[in-house]
Design a protein around this ligand. Structure first.
Ligand code: FRU
Length: 914
């Protein structure tokens, strides 16, 4: 936008410099000359140019036909085609040029005919002397100098050219009055000296008798004089010419020299023609016929004429000089105008750009100011953030310190629990209930100890920047000792633990009290995630200055996204198979980093995992650490205990603990922690029939298959989560009635709300109190009985949860089927199962749970109720009613009826008021 404005200003300013006020610059004038070589026509052209110089910029196109009419037509045609604004023409011959001149005229191009004419009046203007008058003037003069008597020979111009015709006519008209003057001969000299001479040489007899010669122009007159001289004829023979041109070779000189006796002035009209042309082009008034004056020049006035001509020509030269000067001045003016324009443009540009610069300067200042303000704001925010993060860090630090201290505090009571438990275990036989509980306590005390230790170690490394105390030891032997401490547990699951190395002794600098934790963690992890008959290998190798250790298993492996995070603090993989604290591997990484080594993992789901460690072979890292002899305060076995405790299997349930001993109500427990699963199964097994599942998928299948009276499920489970199980079961008609308790370690209020939203009936957080759990179980089972009434009542429940709506629908369908089949004595449970699309067990359990009775009891009751109704209201016989309500014989009907209502059907009927 700004640039467009700028350009328009500049073009406006530039205009005066380029503008030319003379319209002539727009015009092109074409001049067609019949023959351009002679002096007269050169004079004509000079006059034209002189006049044109007063109209600078006008375009002038000149063509010389060289005496050829044909050529002249062609040249004019070309001019018209190229485009001219006006045509000036001196036609060679009148007739041949008439057509093209008319054509131009009719096209609208103004035509000025000069000197000679065409045969037509179709032209815009004529400039030239009156040739008839010129001829007449010559005739009169002839009469004067011949004193009224004598023979005259006429040398004429080009036949067919208008001056030749008109001059001859004028001359004749003048002479014809004088009887003693005779035109004895007429020849055509075609305006040319040589032609005239040639023609005269052919009429020598007439020449001898001639008193005077009249030539239509001076050059032919000169030729005539020369022929007379050549033939040595009388010098008294008068020679008369036309044109009377000034200057060297011109008629005036010839008259002055006595070569010619006289010449009639015939002006070229070049100047007048151009003047007329511009008047026409500029749409000014002009005269159609500009007739130029002529007079006779002879010895009496020739000198005067020469003098005048001299003056004129010197004036002409002055004018020319002045014109040259003017042109020079104009050039200077133009240059100055250009310079001025450039200066003005530069000035305007400077002002515009200056303005722009000023504008952008102020804008920049504004932007800078606002940037500065923003910067200050950001700085302030940054400082606040630093401050806040420092405070948050301090708070976290305080929290972590608190946890670390608490963890420390845990160690003592845990140790105090451990020793008495171990004492007790030695006394208690493990297959007793107390023994089993002791084993459970023992195992979990170790687990707790391990967690507490790891937490403390991690904190030490992270915050105390624990210095390592390295010593030079055989790394292979060190690892083998640790590996061996797992052999016992590995064997039980038939997992092979081995070391692969080319060098049995690899000496390295490391902290024996720290590096062992790396091996313990990696090996116990490998064991945890290995299947039975698996293989775990520790592979040692050495490159130039590095030691490489790989802990490789062919266990369940991890997905790439899990492997990515394993070294993150508190990260727990959602592999669902076993859960760690999320500290072990983070700790291992820190320990390896303290040794200036690296640890990485590669894993493939269901194929295995390899942890790769590199350690420097030299003791570079010892610079910043304390070197000391490598001894560990406790034995490998002792330290191993906290890691191997996890693999200790608790005594299996003995035959007498059979879980599935039939009881009135059954419970399905879904829990992946085997210890907790066994514990709950054992405890609840006292009162309930128990089904167990250690993963979600199996749990869900068991629920459909066994339709238990209640389900207790963990939330985080391998396979399907506890919440998903609850959702599936509660939206399935077969299981919608089963109360579900979710057990979880997820303790936040949001998580609990989430659990309840999944349609679970209760949500209990770990650790839970067993009695509380048992009370909840009992309560939910008892509530089923209450629910029975709720379902069988006819009150409609608009806002019933999905599971209850499903139960209601089930009961409607179920009672509908029974009602329709009351008269069918072969109707049985299988018919209902088929119609509802569920199994016998599912139907049995569902009916029992919702109605509190067996299916057969229900059908029998419905039959008897209908029978009672029929006995009261309808006039059917007993045997008719027997078959209507599906009994096989009246006797059987009677027995059953009596058992229920303490009277036979007929007695009952009699009791009714008729
Ligand atoms: C020149 C000329 C003149 C003469 C005129 C007639 O070409 O021959 O001498 O007066 O032409 O058109």
């Amino acid at each position: 936008m700004r640039i467009a404005v700028l350009l328009s200003v500049l073009s406006f300013l530039a205009l005066p410099g380029c503008k030319n006020t003379d319209k002539a610059s727009q015009y092109t004038i074409g001049f067609s000359q019949c023959i351009g070589s002679d002096l007269w026509r050169r004079n004509m052209l000079d006059e034209m140019k002189m006049e044109l110089s007063l109209h600078p910029g006008a375009n002038f196109v000149y063509a010389d036909a060289d005496g050829s009419s044909k050529k002249q037509v062609e040249q004019v045609t070309a001019m018209l085609n190229e485009g001219i604004d006006l045509l000036v023409i001196s036609p060679n011959e009148a007739q041949p040029l008439t057509g093209i001149v008319e054509q131009a005229y009719n096209k609208g191009i103004p035509v000025i005919v000069i000197d000679r004419k065409t045969a037509s009046a179709q032209y815009t203007a004529y400039v030239g002397a009156d040739n008839y008058q010129v001829g007449k003037l010559a005739g009169e003069y002839m009469h004067t100098i011949l004193k009224g008597k004598g023979n005259v020979i006429e040398v004429m111009g080009l036949p067919g050219s208008s001056p030749a015709i008109e001059r001859q006519r004028g001359f004749y008209d003048a002479i014809k009055h004088y009887k003693d003057i005779h035109i004895t001969k007429q020849v055509y000299g075609d305006w040319l000296k040589e032609n005239a001479e040639r023609q005269l040489m052919q009429i020598q007899p007439e020449l001898k008798d001639a008193d005077a010669l009249f030539a239509h122009n001076d050059v032919m007159a000169l030729g005539s004089r020369e022929v007379l001289n050549k033939l040595k004829l009388s010098k008294n023979i008068k020679v008369l010419g036309i044109d009377a041109l000034p200057g060297t070779g011109g008629g005036l000189q010839m008259v002055s020299a006595g070569t010619l006796n006289a010449s009639v002035v015939y002006p070229t009209g070049g100047k007048e023609a151009i003047m007329t042309a511009f008047r026409i082009l500029n749409k000014e008034s002009f005269s159609r016929e500009t007739i130029l004056q002529s007079l006779v020049i002879d010895s009496t006035n020739v000198e005067l004429m020469k003098l005048q001509w001299g003056k004129i020509s010197s004036q002409q030269k002055d004018i020319e000089r002045q014109q040259a000067l003017l042109a020079e001045q104009r050039e200077i003016y133009n240059n100055q105008q250009l310079v001025l324009n450039i200066i003005v443009i530069t000035l305007v540009l400077a002002i515009v750009f200056g303005g722009l610069a000023f504008y952008s300067l102020t804008e920049n200042r504004k932007t800078n100011k606002s940037l500065e303000a923003k910067n200050n704001e950001i700085l302030l925010q940054r400082n606040q953030l630093i401050d806040m993060s420092a405070r948050a860090e301090a708070a976290t630090e305080a929290k972590l310190n608190f946890f670390t201290n608490i963890s420390h505090e845990f160690r003592t009571p845990l140790t105090l629990i451990l020793s008495p438990v171990e004492d007790l275990m030695r006394n208690e036989k493990l297959n007793t209930a107390a023994g089993k509980n002791l084993a459970l306590i023992h195992k979990n005390v170790f687990r707790l100890l391990r967690l507490v230790n790891q937490l403390i170690d991690y904190r030490k490394i992270e915050y105390d920047k624990q210095q390592i105390s390295v010593s030079r030891n055989n790394l292979v032997e060190f690892a083998r000792d640790i590996l061996d401490s797992f052999q016992h547990n590995a064997k039980k699951r038939n997992i092979s633990l081995s070391i692969a190395t080319n060098e049995p002794v690899i000496m390295a600098w490391y902290d024996v009290n720290l590096l062992d934790k790396v091996f313990f963690n990696l090996i116990s992890n490998a064991l945890k995630f290995s299947n039975e008959n698996g293989r775990i290998q520790l592979i040692f190798s050495r490159s130039e200055d590095m030691i490489h250790i790989a802990v490789q298993d062919n266990g369940i492996g991890m997905e790439a996204n899990e492997a990515e995070h394993v070294f993150e603090q508190f990260y727990q993989a959602d592999n669902g198979l076993a859960k760690g604290s999320g500290l072990g591997l983070a700790l291992a990484k820190e320990i390896i980093a303290l040794h200036l080594g690296t640890i990485s993992v590669t894993s493939k789901k269901w194929q295995g995992t390899t942890f790769s460690i590199t350690l420097p072979a030299d003791n570079k890292h010892a610079d910043t650490s304390v070197q000391k002899s490598g001894t560990n305060t406790s034995t490998v076995e002792e330290r191993a205990k906290v890691y191997t405790a996890d693999f200790e299997e608790l005594p299996a349930l003995s035959a007498s603990d059979a879980l599935n001993s039939p009881r009135e109500h059954s419970i399905l427990i879904i829990e992946d922690n085997t210890d907790l699963l066994n514990y709950l199964a054992e405890k609840l097994g006292n009162d309930y029939e128990i089904f167990i599942a250690d993963n979600g998928t199996q749990g869900l299948n068991d629920a459909f298959q066994n339709v238990p009276d209640l389900i207790i499920s963990d939330v985080v489970l391998p396979g399907i989560s506890g919440k998903a199980i609850a959702e599936t079961l509660k939206t399935d008609m077969r299981t919608s009635h089963i109360p579900i308790i979710l057990l979880t370690a997820q303790v936040s209020v949001e998580q609990q709300i989430d659990g309840i939203k999944s349609m679970a009936d209760a949500y209990m957080t770990k650790p839970f109190n067993y009695d509380h759990l048992l009370a909840t179980v009992k309560n939910l089972i008892r509530n089923r009985v209450i629910l029975k009434e709720h379902f069988t009542s006819d009150v409609s429940h608009g806002t019933m949860p999905v599971s209850k709506t499903l139960d209601k629908k089930f009961l409607n369908d179920f009672s509908g089927i029974v009602e329709q089949n009351l008269g069918n004595e072969n109707f049985n449970v299988d018919d209902i199962c088929k119609t509802l699309g569920i199994s016998r067990v599912q139907l049995y359990r569902k009916v029992k749970a919702l109605l509190g009775c067996s299916i057969t009891d229900y059908i029998l009751n419905r039959r008897l109720k209908k029978a009672k109704y029929l006995l009261i209201n309808e006039g059917h016989s007993i045997s008719e009613i027997t078959y209507m309500v599906g009994f096989s014989s009246p006797n059987y009907f009677s027995t059953v009826f009596k058992a229920k209502y303490s009277c036979t059907p007929s007695e009952f009927k009699k009791q009714q008021p008729s």
